[in-house]
Write a protein that binds this ligand. Sequence first.
Ligand SMILES: Cc1ncc(C[n+]2csc(CCOP(=O)(O)OP(=O)(O)O)c2C)c(N)n1
Ligand code: SF4
Ligand SMILES: [Mg+2]
Length: 274
Amino acid sequence: MAAVKHINFEQYLRQDYRGLQWCPGCGDGAILQAFLRAVHELGISQDDMAVVSGIGCSGRISGYIDFNTMHTTHGRAISFATGIKLARPDKHVVVFGGDGDQTAIGGNHFIHACRRNIDLTICVINNNVYGMTGGQYSPTTPREMKTQTTPYGNYDNQFDVVNLAIGAGATYVARESVWKPVALARFFKKGLRHKGVSVIEVVSNCHINLGRRNKMKSPHAVLDWIKGRTVSLAKAKNMNEEELIGKVLVGEFVEKDKPEFTEQYYNLVKSLKK
Ligand SMILES: Cc1ncc(C[n+]2csc(CCOP(=O)(O)OP(=O)(O)O)c2C)c(N)n1
Ligand code: SF4
Ligand SMILES: [Mg+2]
């Protein structure tokens, strides 16, 4: 197996920022590192990147990195990113947001970005809970899990972010967990290179506001839970329906070509000027 190359990540971090505000062991750090590895390996310059995030612990990513960034409002990062992409189609535009940010309050923006096939790389950091605000349940909280708003266990149904993205028309869709940062970096690279909307869901941990209520107090306990419930697409092929109950499939689900929104918009503008 090829060794993972050492990268000086400091060059990508804002030196004047007041310091990381994530809890020690939060999956957000591993996700940021995988993303920076992808940017570095693709050789994309910091000036050519625009990173937009919503509000949530996951939304803090944009504040830490020295790219063109916007830390926007809860659930609205995709609409800001859409504006940036239309104004500057030459830039790589990336969105980071949580499961609450992108499947609850921002769910509509999410499905319409997928439908539109606009060239954004959208990362949904799915820790199955509203981490920042103290642990309310989200549209991805598994059944029976206890949260601040489901103290007797969640009895609601869940969105599967991958299926949601595919159903809405996304043209690159992948999912990986924080357990596999190298694979995650590979999917970020594919997403950044893909022309059209790419959705990368990351199964992450919030041991503080989900784990502690569900007998998983440490980051390791939640990571073990994630490890036990994630199954690669290749492995899943040899598993029956019963064995797959409660499992989360990881890998690449969709990669296809389809006309991209921004390009079509500029082609139309050009044709009207003739
Ligand atoms: C319009 C609006 N509604 C609600 C909030 C409060 N709020 C801030 S973050 C958040 C949820 C965060 O959960 P998620 O998006 O999953 O991100 P995480 O913190 O888990 O990374 C909520 C409800 C807000 N800031 N703005
Ligand atoms: S509250 Fe949860 S999601 Fe937020 S920084 Fe802490 S561990 Fe991470
Ligand atoms: Mg969340």
